[in-house]
Design a protein around this ligand. Structure first.
Ligand SMILES: Nc1nc2c(c(=O)[nH]1)N[C@H]1C(S)=C(S)[C@@H](COP(=O)(O)OP(=O)(O)OC[C@H]3O[C@@H](n4cnc5c(=O)[nH]c(N)nc54)[C@H](O)[C@@H]3O)O[C@H]1N2
Ligand SMILES: Nc1nc2c(c(=O)[nH]1)N[C@H]1C(S)=C(S)[C@@H](COP(=O)(O)OP(=O)(O)OC[C@H]3O[C@@H](n4cnc5c(=O)[nH]c(N)nc54)[C@H](O)[C@@H]3O)O[C@H]1N2
Ligand code: SF4
Ligand SMILES: [Mo]
Length: 740
């Protein structure tokens, strides 16, 4: 028996865990780590299932190659040889623009993901780079880019000190928060109320977060930007502003907000005008306040506008960059500084739909277009790392058909699933407990400054590559260096670049030091750990990997402090309240104000014991409320004469789903969780009660224009009894992989 500690790698809450292992190295229990200064022993059912997930017998342990429709286990050397052949054949025949890469959500959580994504994309030499960012938080990057000149400067609610929290389109009691890393979010919300603070939740569903709130307001899906404009209008009209930072554009903002008086926006968002006015007054009157919003106000038609208005309100009420308001985390490893160039999107545009690049990526919503549409630059090969876009991207079944048509596809993924089944080669990363862990990205949005590193608990098998080495070898193959080139060369190149940058940066703790000497002094058992050590030493706290190893429960680095001045990168040197892109977007919103609302719309929801598409094979997380059902108001059930199962139709597809009537959802709105639809998967448990793919209904042709982000909420649908079936297949069916 031994006890080990590590950070849970699953969601954004970065909880510390305490695991016990038996002599054979099997996990016998997983508990919250009471000595972690940030999570203080908190754990959720997903974290508690980490042992089962790590030991899942359906997890791939060796590379797989698909030949003649059959999967074969092969050696690592052979797998990389097949990749080398497949990828280079496509490069030779169609050129590098015919390559694409997709990086899924876990690349935000692993050590390899954040470090090797960029270099792998560069090595492929294509502009066809896609990631889960454009089915998630890209609107926030764009709004922060426009306002602060810095798309990585994402303000985080100062959850533990605020007096007033307005939450729109987030359900942190089930999701445990996102772009706001706060282990035990529920307790932090309860504490807010205990200290006399006020919590208001805006959501088309009365969620478990809403149940903890002082007030819950229903809102028509997709209309948060209108509600927020109503608040901005009121703050300006009633002179309720108390701006505490240098800003530009107040008068422009006032003009833009003119058409969005509470009475004007109330009909579209369904929130009574007097409540909008009251919200504005409360936000202004609270000693400190924070507006926080996530998926429900990001993956919508006016997602960027909503994210912009969130921070406009935070700024107008004097809450930007002050304790109790919204602040910027000071991270330990490296550190986000000013943005390196004038911020803009659209440095280049996608071939088929002409969509602007954002942070070097194209929207996932146009990946199928790029694969299907013939011509110079048509995507013919895909490298996919840690993603399941067949279930997670809008119009998933169409994307599946497109993937089935690729000439070559390689996936880095531990599972054979709805997406990886189309690959020619699957390269499994090590088991979870074989990987060291550090949250390069999630630790940039913690509600307290905090850091924690976890060493690997299990060793790699002889000859088994780490995920970094897998990505390194893919990089070398893409550069034409062949399947056998040594990936440690990639690590040294990346380390060299990092240290050269740090030593030449004025004010860096390693400024002026000798790169070779510094490199020689770094510690770490792998490339990513050496890079972590370098970043910690270049960071603001004078930490090192050794220091983190001495503190296996993590280190509290204190409450958030003001740091806008370090991050602000606008040409004006001020916060831009009315950036040009948002004026344009306001025009589109005015058009929408005049458009009749659809009668019924679809939204998503997250489930405490699911994680996007990939935890449905874990026995301890199945059953109970964790089912793929359609939430619908009982009045709609009666009005539409619905039975136990219904047909949901959208412009894009049709599904048959079991209904779960509940008055927790607004009439006129139905909710289906995403990440389901595992029929036919070789994962033994996930294939039972497999659910349906919600993204058979979402429409990839509709996007949030400024960011290209997918629209998952507010999708027009009809719901009918099962006996009114159309002629088309109704299961969001996806094709079998070709046998060649
Ligand atoms: N248990 C669990 N935790 C997770 C995940 C998971 O799958 N399961 N996924 C992780 C990931 S990748 C992310 S990005 C985060 C997301 O974290 P959250 O954003 O907190 O997650 P959701 O549950 O999707 O919350 C979105 C809420 O928005 C509401 N909503 C839908 N449409 C609208 C709208 O138009 N306006 C408003 N105001 N509300 C709307 C929904 O009813 C829902 O309650 O969660 C992370 N944590
Ligand atoms: N309708 C609708 N669709 C949505 C959303 C919604 O709210 N509604 N939410 C969106 C959001 S916020 C997100 S983030 C996306 C997620 O979209 P994706 O990232 O495409 O999907 P995931 O389900 O997270 O798939 C993760 C994949 O990574 C693999 N994996 C797990 N761990 C590792 C690892 O350590 N290494 C590697 N290489 N692979 C690993 C899993 O097996 C799985 O195949 O879905 C989006 N899709
Ligand atoms: S809340 Fe998230 S980080 Fe914490 S134990 Fe659960 S899955 Fe892991
Ligand atoms: Mo996400």
């Amino acid at each position: 028996m031994r006890t080990v500690h590590r950070t849970c790698p699953l969601c954004d809450a970065v909880c510390g865990l305490r695991l016990t292992l038996d002599d054979a190295g099997q996990v016998t229990s997983v508990k919250g780590d009471p000595e972690d200064p940030f999570s203080k022993g908190y754990i959720c059912p997903k974290g508690a299932s980490l042992g089962h997930l790590d030991a899942d017998p359906d997890r791939l342990r060796v590379p797989m190659v698909r030949r003649d429709g059959e999967w074969h286990e092969v050696s690592w050397d052979e797998a990389f040889r097949v990749v080398d052949e497949g990828l280079n054949k496509v490069i030779d025949t169609h050129g590098r623009e015919s390559l694409a890469a997709y990086f899924g959500n876990p690349t935000f959580h692993t050590m390899a993901g954040p470090l090797y994504r960029g270099p792998l994309g560069q090595a492929l030499g294509t502009r066809n780079i896609y990631s889960a960012s454009t089915i998630d938080q890209m609107p926030k990057h764009v709004s922060c880019g426009l306002m602060f000149g810095n798309p990585m400067a994402i303000p985080v609610p100062d959850l533990d000190r605020t007096d007033y929290l307005l939450v729109l389109g987030a359900n942190p009691v089930e999701s445990n928060g996102s772009l706001c890393a706060a282990p035990n979010f529920p307790a932090r919300l309860k504490d807010l109320r205990k200290r006399g603070g006020r919590l208001v939740v805006v959501d088309p569903r009365r969620t478990r977060t809403a149940d903890l709130a002082d007030e819950h307001l229903f809102i028509r899906p997709g209309t948060d930007a209108f509600l927020l404009y109503g608040i901005v209008h009121t703050l300006l009209a009633e002179n309720l502003t108390a701006i505490g930072v240098d800003v530009e554009g107040v008068e422009d903002l006032r003009r833009l907000a003119e058409d969005f008086a509470p009475e004007a926006v109330s009909p579209i968002c369904g929130v009574p005008a007097e409540k909008i006015v009251r919200l504005a007054r409360e936000l202004a009157a609270a000693p400190t306040a924070a507006v926080y919003s996530r998926i429900g106000a990001c993956t919508v038609e006016f997602g960027t506008a909503a994210q912009w208005l969130v921070d406009v309100i935070n700024t107008l009420t004097g809450n930007l960059d002050r304790p109790g308001g919204v602040m910027f985390t000071r991270i330990a490893a490296g550190g986000i500084g000013p943005w390196h160039e004038p911020y803009a999107t659209g440095h280049w545009h996608s071939r088929v739909r002409g969509l602007p690049e954002s942070l070097g990526e194209f929207p996932v919503a146009t990946l199928a277009d790029e694969i299907e549409t013939p011509g110079e630059g048509q995507v013919r090969a895909l490298v996919s790392v840690a993603g399941n876009p067949v279930l997670s991207a809008p119009g998933g079944p169409r994307l599946a058909r497109a993937l089935a048509d690729l000439e070559f596809m390689v996936c880095v993924d531990p599972y054979l699933n709805e997406t990886t089944q189309y690959a020619h080669v699957i390269l499994p990363p090590p088991r979870i407990l074989q990987m060291p862990h550090y949250d390069f990205l999630l630790l940039t949005v913690t509600v307290r400054n905090y850091t924690r590193y976890s060493p690997a608990i299990r060793e790699l098998e002889p000859g088994q590559p780490s995920e970094a080495a897998i990505m390194g070898r893919l990089m070398l193959i893409a550069q034409g260096q062949g399947p056998d080139a040594d990936p440690s060369a990639v690590d040294e190149m990346m380390l060299g670049g990092m240290l050269a940058g740090g030593t030449s940066m004025p004010g860096s703790p390693v400024e002026g030091m000798d790169v070779a000497e510094l490199r020689a002094s770094l510690e770490g058992d792998s490339g990513p750990e050496l890079m972590l050590d370098a970043m910690l030493r270049m960071g603001p706290y004078g930490l090192s990997l050794a220091k983190l190893r001495e503190n296996p429960h993590g280190i509290d680095l204190g409450p958030l402090g003001p740091r806008l001045a370090e991050l602000l990168s606008t040409a004006s040197g001020k916060v831009e309240l009315a950036p040009p892109g948002m004026a344009e977007e306001t025009g589109r919103m005015l058009e929408r104000l005049a458009t009749p609302a659809p009668e019924m719309v679809l939204i998503g929801r997250r489930q405490l014991r699911s994680l996007n598409s990939w935890l449905h094979n874990v026995p301890t997380l199945r059953g109970g409320s964790n089912q793929c059902t359609l939430h619908i108001h009982p009045d709609d059930v009666t009005r539409l004469g619905l039975g136990d199962e219904v047909v949901v139709r959208s412009a894009n597809g049709e599904l048959v789903v079991p209904v779960e009537p509940t008055d927790m959802i607004m009439p006129g709105v139905v909710s289906l969780p995403h990440g389901w639809g595992h029929a036919g998967t070789p994962q033994r448990l996930a294939s039972v009660e497999a659910g349906v793919n919600a993204n058979a209904l979402t429409d990839e042709s509709v996007i949030d224009v400024p960011s290209g982000n997918a629209v998952f909420n507010g999708v027009p649908v009809t719901v009918s009894p099962i006996d009114i079936l159309g002629d088309t297949p109704i299961d969001g069916r996806i094709p079998a992989p070709a046998s060649a």
